[in-house]
Ligand binder design. Sequence first.
Ligand code: ZN
Length: 223
Amino acid sequence: MLSCPQCGAPAQSALPGLPLVTCTSCNALLMVDGDNIRNVGDSGRMPFDVSPLQMGTRLTVEGQRGEIVGRERWAWDNGSWNEWLLDFGGGKIAWVAEEAGYYMIMSAIQPRADVLKKLSDLGGQAWGVLGETVQVDKVRYTVSDVKKVSCVASEGHLPEPIGADFPRRSLDLRSKDGRALTWQRDAHGSGVWAGRYYRLAELQPAGLRQFDGWSMPRYAGAR
Ligand SMILES: [Zn+2]
């Protein structure tokens, strides 16, 4: 069994496509390669929150069942939010961002070079880009937000070494029909993510968190 090189506690093996795990005992961010495990940073301390999602929650997106295996908590000047890592197996993942009772599910896309350049130009600017539009695969998106964010803490299985205080630039765009596009740039490179909002019930959730003062919706019982 693997153990944390910083504190000696048992550590989890890596999942396909997700070489990072966090130590539940000392919060070390660990890079796992087979039997080789090394400490690559501090994952930070996850603050208390009241999300119905948790590690092990299962969700169905467009007919595919996945399980939440990781989480990053991000913050900006006016607040913070969770991004849950949904693992479909075999290295296929999506991120689930929680926003006011809705769940935005985002998967990586590879836009054309000219689209990527436009997103990168807009994302690099500090202001003056709200309302600009970008067309991606017949969908017209409008810039709704551009900001600097930083990771508060991460936990579980992760694709990249992102822990406490990790900075990122992000540009958010929305379409009129509820679709979302995000461009991000950080020390690991840049990427574009596309998806849309869902209600929790649409995702056929199982294994939701239960806590006092919040009753489990009826649809959440089924697997
Ligand atoms: Zn440890």
